[in-house]
Design a protein around this ligand. Structure first.
Ligand SMILES: Cc1ncc(COP(=O)(O)O)c(C=O)c1O
Length: 378
């Protein structure tokens, strides 16, 4: 049996966007870089490092560009497979913000630790600390550990009251180095709906992080790093002196979630990841259907795609390859073959549905980024 593929219609550098087959995932290169510079300025202002979370785009060239534009040295990953992809493509300073569990994965971590300049990983229990220490000994390495604190998200992380005991366990381990804490603060996001609430929530979370740091340092263990979260919260949390590093991921792109959450600072022009679709059917004057459904836009969150350049039509429903568009408020009529561009609802999981991100400048293909760590969930 032969495998037949055709890349004749694959996007080419310089090609007009209007000529691309759809649905196609686009990223506005200049606006994306403007977003990166904006966060770099926030980090500079508050004297914290910006270690971009590359789980959003999973591409090493974009990761390298983030490092270049932020002036920082490293990146952040969420899976070991992402770390591998980045390491194989020349990124050599990585923080893995995730617990590595199981001997074979821990041995892979050690293998990677030998190959990159700097690698740190996350622990939040006696079990993860002891297994990491055993792997380090087995592989003759010293591994760098960050202790994750549960700041209120109630996902992973040790209860703040138990942090000192686990910090001591790491500091006492023969083959581990205690680098600091992860104080991921994204619970604030779901609790805040105004700028003041986001500011106050982040400050309160960082006060808690300060208490944890003080407790660990009172036990004689220096806390080198305090890493905090994501796109919505990190620019607020960075204002607190306890923070040493922010780890936003979505910030080059934003998405409908960020647009809805922070209307005072995120506008449609800041939402740089879009999908260009084509109208495939116009069943009646109030409705049309585009070629982008739930296999094109990730719908893992309540929000739906939002039209990038107009407000008179609404994406109202999706099946796998169909997007229902309500056109009842629009003055113009639409035809099969028209093109409509939509901001993606959730950028991380939408990129993960695509092979390629097409960088756009001045209406033409300016760059092509393969979603290299797509599927690398192990
Ligand atoms: C531990 C950690 N840090 C940073 C991020 C990046 O956050 P955001 O996607 O809001 O930019 C995430 C996202 O899931 C995360 O889990």
């Amino acid at each position: 049996m032969t495998t037949w593929t055709s890349d004749e219609m694959a996007p080419r550098l310089g090609e007009p966007i209007d000529d691309l087959e759809t649905p196609v995932l686009l990223a506005d290169v200049d606006a994306m870089e403007r977003n990166i510079r904006e966060y770099a300025a926030v980090a500079d202002e508050h004297d914290v490092d910006l270690r971009s979370h590359v789980k959003t785009h999973k591409n090493a060239a974009l990761a390298a560009r983030e490092v270049e534009l932020t002036g920082d040295t490293g990146i952040c990953c969420q899976t070991l497979g992402e770390v591998e992809t980045m390491a194989r493509n020349g990124i050599d300073d990585v923080y893995l913000s995730y617990q590595v569990v199981g001997e074979s994965k821990l041995d892979r971590l050690c293998w990677l630790d030998e190959r990159v300049e700097a690698l740190a990983t996350t622990v939040d229990s006696a079990a993860t600390i002891d297994a990491l220490d055993a792997a380090a000994e087995r592989n003759d390495r010293t591994l760098h550990a960050i202790l994750e604190i549960d700041m209120g998200l109630h996902r992973t992380g040790v209860d703040p009251d138990d942090a000192v005991g686990l910090a001591e366990r790491i500091a006492d381990a023969d083959d581990l180095a205690f680098d600091g804490i992860l104080a991921y603060d994204s619970h604030v996001k779901s609790e805040a709906s105004t700028e003041a609430e986001l500011e106050d929530g982040c400050w309160a979370a960082m006060e808690l992080a300060q208490e944890v740091v003080d407790g660990i340092e009172a036990a004689g263990i220096p806390v080198g790093e305090v890493k905090v979260g994501g796109t919505a919260t990190s620019r607020y949390s960075a204002r607190h002196p306890v923070v040493t590093e922010i780890n936003p991921g979505m910030y080059p792109f934003n998405d409908v979630g960020e647009l809805r959450l922070r209307p005072w600072e995120v506008s449609k022009t800041d939402c740089t990841a879009t999908v260009l679709t084509t109208v495939i059917s116009v069943p009646d004057e109030d409705r049309l259907v585009v070629d982008g459904g739930s296999k094109t836009f990730s719908l893992d969150k309540p929000q739906l795609p939002v039209p990038k350049h107009r407000d008179d039509i609404e994406y109202v429903n999706a099946s796998e390859e169909h997007g229902w568009i309500d056109t009842s408020e629009a003055d113009e009529s639409f035809e099969v073959g028209d093109r409509l561009e939509f901001i993606v609802p959730h950028v991380c999981t939408t990129i993960n549905l695509h092979d390629l991100i097409v960088g756009v400048r001045d209406g033409a293909v300016a760059d092509l980024w393969e979603v290299q760590a797509r599927g690398k969930v192990r």
